[in-house]
Ligand binder design. Sequence first.
Ligand code: FAD
Length: 434
Amino acid sequence: MRTMNDPHDTLPVLIAGGGIGGMTLALTLHQIGVPCVVYEAVAELQPLGVGINLQPNAVRELYDLGFDDAALGSIGVQAQEWALVGRNGNDVYAEPRGLLAGYRWPQYAVHRGYLQKLLHDAVLARLGPQAVRLGHRVTGYRNEDDAVTALVETRDGQRMEIAGRLLVAADGLHSAVRAQMHPSQPPIQWGGAVMWRGTTPGVPIRTGSSFVGLGSLRHRVVLYPISPPDPATGLATINWIAEITQDNSEGWPKGDWNQRVAVEDFIAHFEGWNYGWLDVPALLRGAKEIFEYPMIDRDPVPSWVDGRVALLGDAAHVMYPVGSNGASQAIVDTRVLGAAMVQQGVTPAALRAYDDKLCADVSALVLRNRGAGPFGILGLVDERCGGVFDNIDDVIPASERDAFMARYKAAAGFAIETLNAAAPIIASGARARH
Ligand SMILES: Cc1cc2nc3c(=O)[nH]c(=O)nc-3n(C[C@H](O)[C@H](O)[C@H](O)COP(=O)(O)OP(=O)(O)OC[C@H]3O[C@@H](n4cnc5c(N)ncnc54)[C@H](O)[C@@H]3O)c2cc1C
């Protein structure tokens, strides 16, 4: 029987990875009174990445962690609309988003790197500088009876073993902890889609804060602003993703979010995509830097937990970004894990409760996103009329479009009434059980 004086009770929770999931977990653990330390592989956190969406379910959690609209508005903009447009420039589907859709919380489109910095700064301010160890890569772990040992390597090659009560691996797509937990997992799965991503100053279209997916299932552009317009110039930062699907039989050797390419490498796919209200080639050419990223995921695993070790965020469920829910799910994961510790203490039982609550459902979402996610409507347009239509109602009736989206949102945890009525995942003032 362990007591409060057991030396293992004073050990921190170890967090591998200081990305969106790792930093949010540190803030959540601090909120419920659990000491923790983040071990992040890179020596310096830079504002890497381009746009990501924070769905209302994740924004709610960020509010509960003390980030208000001023904070979130400093790294992005509230999304107002989600729209699909055919290659001919005609509307296929549009719906309001965030508060306009009836959620009690807004949706934000933000810059990933700025979000990471916002979270990191909050961790340093609330937990202190000792809570984040940069330049420390977690390479593996050893479960002990009453503790876990993380195997850590520093940038200068020093190896150390660090004891913790639990280890939570938020070490992303190439998670070393997941590789040890599931040694026979198949390699990264690539379905053949390649995304080129960048940001360009531009005048926001439609509502001024619309997410627009234009084209077909296998050949499209997605764009949305991630800043308000500059009052002086009227230009906002427009995040864009140009995407094609090609033959994947050769496989893609690796997935790196920061692989730079030149616009000439891919612009030919989008020449002539000029609609007056939107000049796609000009948008693509206007970016200072462009990143190429294969649309990849991993086959789900049956469990995210091994003893005192759990996977979280992309390490647990890297998914195609078609539903804009990778970062949001990472944030929600941290809160579900925190709630489990409120109920069950800082214990393997809490990790199992977290696993039971999320692993099966989120794994199903990974597979659902592989099937095109909400962009599936564009697939129906392709199938039924080859993308040629005047009025979308003649191709897919409004009721069918609405039903399609409602199914997706329910599966992804975005159902409006359910979210609005749900109690907070972690009640205000809740502390982890001892
Ligand atoms: C550099 C970068 C740029 C990205 N850009 C975009 C983007 O533009 N759009 C988009 O939708 N998504 C982007 N993502 C992915 C997005 O951040 C995630 O899908 C989502 O936020 C889930 O967050 P996560 O914390 O699980 O993973 P991530 O945010 O990927 O964070 C993982 C963290 O773990 C660190 N790490 C990796 N291995 C180890 C290890 N062995 N030990 C310790 N630390 C380790 C990484 O350096 C990283 O900081 C990017 C990710 C990265 C790392």
